[in-house]
Design a protein around this ligand. Structure first.
Ligand code: FE2
Ligand code: FE2
Length: 504
C-alpha cells in the first residue's frame, strides 16, 4: 500500500512527506483520503504534508471541495469551527522544503545521477535564452563545429595549469563531456568557479587539428538584477537567530536573558521589540551528541531528548505573541545529510505549539516576503574552495550561493548530500531574505535586492572552535522590517543590550 500511495501522488505530481504518508496508512481509507487530498488542494501544491492530512481528517471525509490549503499556518482562523468575516492572508506559508522523502528504488549511483540531472535541468531553464549565450548547443553538437557557440554545463573538475596559470575545466551536459580552456587574465577567469555548479559558457572552437574549446565568457544563473521585491503590506518584524546550541556548557545564558528582557519590551527600543511577530532560528538548535571528538566534555546536558526539552523551555521564555520557525542544523538530531528533514515529532512534542518545525533548507513566506532559510553547513566546503573567503564574512559566500542559485553544489566534500530525485538545495524562487547560521559570526549585507543575514550564535567559543581557529561573534541578532527590509542589529553580548543600525 505504501508504494501504491507514493506512486498515486507521483502520478499527480505531488510529493508526500514521510509523516503524512504514515498518517494516511494509519487511516481506515488511505486511498479515498489520498484522492480527496489531491482534489482539494491546488494543482501547484507540490507537497502533501501531515498538516494537510490532519486538516482533511478534522473536517471529515464527506466534505469535498477546497477545504485544505497547502500551508502550515496555525493561525486560529484556519482551525475548524473558527470563522471570521474576511480571510486574512497566512502570516507563515511554507513554500517548499529541500527534503523530499522518496521510496528508494534504484542504486545510489543512479540516484545521484538523477539528483545532478534535476540540478542541471532546473539551472538550464534559468540560463537558456540569454543574449550573452548565443548559438546555444549541446556538447555533442560541437562535434566538427568551428566558430562561436554556447553551452550550458556542469563543472566536474577545475584545474590550474602549473606553467601558465590558465584554468582547465572538465565540463559536461546530458549529451557528453568537454574540456574547456579559460586563459588567465581574461574576464572569464575572474569568476571563482565551484565544482558541480552549472554555468553557461560562450566558447570559441578553432580549425586546428588538436583543437580545444576556449571559454570567452562564463555566465552564472544568478538572481535577476531588476526585480520588484515582495514586501509586507502591514507592519511586521521578524527576529533572526541561529545556533542556540542548547545543552552546551558554553550556552550564553546571561546574554539570552538580556534578549528575553528586550523582547518583553523591558530594554532599549521597547516599541521595536513589541513590533516583532516572527522569530526564525536557522539551525543548530541544540548542541547534539557525538558531533565532534570528545564533545561530551563540552556538554551540560548529555541526553539528546533532554536537550530538546530544554530547548522547549527556552523557547517558552519568548513572548507568546511570537510565531516561531525552527530548522535543524548539523548538530540537531536528524539525518546530517542534506537536505535535512524537519525534526521528528518525538522531539517537537516538547516544543511550544506556536513552533513551525521545517526542514533544512526551507523556503517560506512571512507576510508575503519570501525567506530562504539554510543552516549553512556548505560553508565548510565553499570557504576552502573560494580564495579569500572566511567564516568572518559568511555573507560574501552567500552572494556566491545566489549567483550559483545553489546552496552547496560540491559533491563529496565535508557536507554529506542525500541522493534524491529533485535537487533540494537549489535557490528557487529568488528570495527577498537569505538567512544562514553555522559560521557563528554575524553578518548583514545585500545582493541584487536580496537581504543576506548570518544570524550569529548563542554559544561562546568552544575548545573545538579554538582548535579550528574560528572566532565567534555571539549573542547578536537581526530584526528585519518586512515592509521595507530595513535591518536593525541587536547585540546582547555586552553588559548592556545595544540596538542600532545594521553593521557596515
Ligand atoms: Fe553551530
Ligand atoms: Fe552548524
Amino acid at each position: 500500500m505504501r508504494d501504491h500511495l507514493v506512486a498515486f501522488f507521483e502520478s499527480h505530481h505531488r510529493l508526500v512527506q514521510a509523516d503524512a504518508l504514515q498518517l494516511l496508512l494509519e487511516s481506515p481509507e488511505p486511498l479515498l483520503l489520498s484522492r480527496r487530498l489531491v482534489e482539494s488542494t491546488p494543482a501547484e501544491a507540490t507537497f502533501v504534508t501531515r498538516e494537510m492530512v490532519e486538516h482533511l481528517v478534522a473536517r471529515g471525509l464527506s466534505v469535498s471541495g477546497a477545504v485544505a490549503r497547502p500551508t502550515l499556518s496555525r493561525r486560529p482562523s484556519d482551525l475548524p469551527g473558527v470563522t471570521r468575516a474576511e480571510p486574512a492572508p497566512p502570516m507563515f506559508t511554507l513554500l517548499g522544503e529541500g527534503f523530499v522523502p522518496t521510496v528508494r528504488r534504484r542504486n545510489a549511483l543512479e540516484e545521484y545521477e538523477e539528483l545532478f540531472r534535476s540540478r542541471y535541468r532546473a539551472l538550464h531553464r534559468l540560463l537558456r535564452g540569454r543574449p550573452d549565450l548565443p548559438n546555444l548547443r549541446t556538447v555533442k553538437e560541437l562535434d566538427g563545429f568551428v566558430g562561436t557557440a554556447s553551452v550550458i554545463v556542469m563543472l566536474r573538475e577545475i584545474r590550474r595549469t602549473a606553467a601558465k596559470g590558465h584554468f582547465l575545466l572538465n565540463v559536461e551536459d546530458e549529451s557528453g563531456g568537454l574540456e574547456l580552456l579559460v586563459p588567465r587574465d581574461t574576464p572569464a577567469a575572474r569568476t571563482q568557479l565551484i565544482p558541480d555548479e552549472v554555468v553557461g559558457v560562450r566558447l570559441y572552437l578553432g580549425k586546428e587539428r588538436k583543437r580545444i574549446a576556449r571559454a570567452e565568457a562564463i555566465e552564472r544563473p544568478d538572481v535577476p538584477t531588476r526585480r520588484t521585491g515582495r514586501r509586507a503590506e502591514t507592519p511586521s518584524h521578524v527576529l533572526f537567530l541561529s545556533d542556540l546550541h542548547i545543552g552546551s556548557k558554553s550556552f550564553l545564558d546571561e546574554p539570552w536573558q538580556r534578549l528575553m528582557t528586550f523582547l518583553r519590551g523591558e530594554g532599549p527600543r521597547p516599541e521595536l521589540a513589541r513590533s516583532i511577530d516572527h522569530v526564525v532560528v536557522a539551525g543548530d538548535l541544540v548542541d547534539g551528541i557525538g558531533i565532534y571528538p570528545n564533545q561530551d566534555r563540552d556538554l551540560a546536558i548529555g541526553d539528546i531528548v533532554e536537550q530538546y526539552t530544554e530547548l522547549g523551555r527556552r523557547l517558552r521564555e519568548l513572548p507568546e505573541r511570537l510565531d516561531l520557525v525552527v530548522l535543524p542544523g548539523n548538530h540537531d538530531a536528524v539525518c546530517p545529510s542534506e537536505p535535512q528533514p524537519s525534526l521528528p515529532k518525538e522531539l517537537t512534542a516538547t516544543l511550544p505549539d506556536r513552533v513551525h518545525s521545517v526542514g533544512n533548507p526551507s523556503t517560506f513566506a512571512l507576510n508575503g516576503v519570501v525567506v530562504q532559510a539554510y543552516h549553512g553547513r556548505s560553508f565548510d566546503d565553499l570557504i576552502p574552495a573560494l580564495p579569500g573567503a572566511s567564516y568572518e564574512r559568511p555573507t560574501d559566500v552567500m552572494k556566491v550561493m545566489l549567483k550559483m542559485r545553489h546552496l552547496g553544489p560540491i559533491y563529496g566534500g565535508r557536507m554529506p548530500v542525500t541522493p534524491q530525485s529533485r535537487d533540494g538545495l537549489l535557490i528557487e524562487p529568488a528570495p527577498e531574505i537569505l538567512v544562514t547560521g553555522h559560521a557563528h559570526t554575524f553578518g548583514v549585507d545585500e545582493y541584487r535586492g536580496t537581504l543576506l543575514l548570518n544570524a550569529s550564535t548563542w554559544q561562546a567559543e568552544t575548545e573545538y572552535q579554538r582548535m579550528r581557529n574560528i572566532t565567534p561573534v555571539p549573542a547578536h541578532a537581526a530584526i528585519v522590517d518586512l515592509a521595507t527590509l530595513m535591518t536593525t542589529a541587536i547585540d546582547c553580548s555586552g553588559r548592556q543590550t545595544t540596538v542600532g543600525g545594521a553593521p557596515a
